[in-house]
Design a protein around this ligand. Structure first.
Ligand SMILES: Cc1cc2nc3c(=O)[nH]c(=O)nc-3n(C[C@H](O)[C@H](O)[C@H](O)COP(=O)(O)OP(=O)(O)OC[C@H]3O[C@@H](n4cnc5c(N)ncnc54)[C@H](O)[C@@H]3O)c2cc1C
Length: 361
C-alpha cells in the first residue's frame, strides 16, 4: 500500500501483540527476478541438491534462485518504511474475538470500536467445524552452526535430504550454507504430533554426525516453528474482516511455503482496492491447485505413499524449474498433466477422484 502512494490520505492502524524485534524466523523461497524485498535478501543459491537414500540429485534451478530473508531484516525494513508514513499508527496488544461468528474484537480486554474501516486479519484460528479436512503440521527446529573446518559449499544448498528416519512421517533435513563453515541445518517433519525441543536436538546432532562428517561446531542461533498444512477451506472475507497470510489460506498445504504467496495476495488486494473493488473478490489461487494440494494431503494422511517417495518422483522425473512453477501455482494445465504423469498414477488417481468430489461438488 505504501509503494502505491495512493493511500496516504487514509488512516491506517496496525495492531500486533509482538514488537517483532527478534530474528524469530527465516524465510526461504525461490524467485526468478529481483523481488520487492531484494535489498534484504541475506543469501541466495544458484544450486540445490535433493538427496535420498541412494542418490544426490544436483537440481538445475535456473532461471530461479533460492533466496533467504532473515525475519529481523524484514521487520526492520518494513518498520523503517512505516515510520516514514505519518498516516500509519502502530499499537501493541492482544486482539481477541468474542465469538467466531460475531465480529466484536477487543484489544487487551477492551472492546474495539471499529467503524467505517476495512479490517485485515492475520490471526490464524484453525477451524473446528471442518472435521473432514486433513490437518498436518510442518514442524521443525534448526541450528545455525559454525564449524572449525570449512565443510560447506556456499554456492549450493540442500533443499531436502531424506536419508533420515521416516518412521514418524515425512521427515527431511535442509542445509543452507552461508559460508564454507557456517550453515542453517533444519530438521523438518510433516505429521500431526509436535516433538519436544530436546527431541529435535537429538536428531540434529545425529544428522550432523552421520551426514556432515561429524565436524566440531558451535551453535550460533536456533529457530523452531510450526506451519499448518491443511485442506481446510479458508474464507477470504468473514465476520467483516479480510483474512490475509496464513489466516487467509496463503500457506501452500502441500509444502508449507507461504512467503511468496503472501506477497501475491497483498499485491492482488492492493490492485483491487485501487480499482475500487471488493478486495476479497479475486482469489489469486486458482481452485485446481487446492485440489492438487488436498490430493497430496489425502495420500499422506491415508499413508498410501510416503512423502519421501512422492518428492523423489517429483524431482527425479521433472526439471526443478517445472516443479517450482507447479508449486508456485503458476503452471499451465498441460504442464501439470506432465508432472502428474510422473507420479505413481493409481494412487494419485484414486485419491484425486475423492478430493475432486469433495472440493468441486
Ligand atoms: C519459524 C518459521 C519459519 C518459516 N519459514 C518459511 C519459509 O522459509 N518459507 C515460507 O514460504 N514460509 C515460511 N514460514 C511460513 C510463513 O511464511 C510464516 O509463518 C509467515 O510469517 C506467515 O505470515 P502471516 O502474516 O500469515 O503470519 P505471521 O507472520 O505469524 O503474522 C501474524 C501476526 O499476528 C500477530 N498476532 C497473532 N495473534 C495475535 C493476537 N491475538 N493479537 C494481536 N496480534 C496477534 C503475531 O504477533 C504476528 O506478528 C515459516 C514460519 C515459521 C513459523
Amino acid at each position: 500500500m505504501i509503494n502505491s502512494n495512493k493511500f496516504s490520505d487514509k488512516k491506517i492502524l496496525l495492531i500486533d501483540k509482538e514488537e517483532k524485534n527478534k530474528n524469530d524466523r527465516t524465510w526461504c523461497f525461490w524467485e526468478k527476478d529481483a523481488g520487492c524485498f531484494e535489498s534484504i535478501v541475506y543469501k541466495s543459491w544458484h544450486g540445490l541438491h535433493f538427496i535420498s537414500d541412494h542418490s544426490d540429485i544436483a537440481l538445475d534451478i535456473s532461471p530461479y534462485k533460492y533466496k533467504m530473508i532473515r525475519g529481523i531484516d524484514f521487520y526492520d525494513y518494513c518498520f523503517n518504511r512505516i515510520q516514514t508514513q505519518s498516516n500509519i499508527t502502530i499499537l501493541h496488544g492482544e486482539v481477541s474475538y468474542l465469538a467466531e461468528n460475531n465480529f466484536r474484537p477487543s484489544l487487551n480486554g477492551n472492546m474495539l470500536n471499529i467503524q467505517n474501516a476495512i479490517v485485515f486479519n492475520s490471526i490464524y484460528i484453525p477451524s473446528s467445524s471442518q472435521k473432514t479436512s486433513f490437518h498436518f503440521k510442518q514442524h521443525f527446529k534448526g541450528w545455525i552452526i559454525e564449524t572449525d573446518e570449512p565443510i560447506f559449499d556456499p554456492g549450493n544448498a540442500t533443499l531436502m535430504d531424506f536419508r533420515v528416519d521416516q518412521s514418524l512421517g515425512t521427515t527431511f533435513v535442509y542445509v543452507l550454507p552461508f559460508s564454507s563453515n557456517k550453515a542453517l541445518v533444519e530438521y523438518t517433519l510433516f505429521n500431526k504430533i509436535l516433538m519436544s525441543s530436546d527431541e529435535y536436538d537429538v536428531q540434529l546432532k545425529l544428522y550432523i554426525e552421520r551426514f556432515l562428517g561429524s565436524p566440531r561446531f558451535k551453535i550460533l542461533e536456533e529457530e523452531m516453528g510450526m506451519i499448518p498444512m491443511t485442506s481446510e477451506t479458508f474464507a477470504g472475507f468473514k465476520n467483516g474482516m479480510f483474512n490475509i497470510g496464513t489466516a487467509g489460506g496463503q500457506t501452500k498445504a502441500s509444502t508449507g511455503y507461504t512467503f511468496k504467496f503472501i506477497q501475491k495476495q497483498a499485491d492482488s488486494i492492493v490492485r483491487q482496492m485501487l480499482a475500487d473493488q471488493h478486495p476479497a473478490k479475486k482469489n489469486p489461487t486458482p481452485k485446481r491447485f487446492l485440489f492438487y494440494d488436498n490430493t497430496l494431503l489425502h495420500i499422506l494422511s491415508e499413508e498410501q505413499l510416503p512423502g519421501k517417495k512422492i518428492f523423489e518422483h517429483l524431482f527425479r522425473r521433472n526439471k526443478a524449474s517445472s516443479v517450482f512453477k507447479f508449486l508456485d501455482n503458476e503452471s499451465s494445465l498441460s504442464e501439470e498433466l506432465r508432472i502428474i504423469n510422473s507420479l505413481p498414477k493409481k494412487i494419485f488417481i484414486q485419491a484425486g477422484a475423492k478430493e475432486f468430489v469433495r472440493l468441486f461438488f
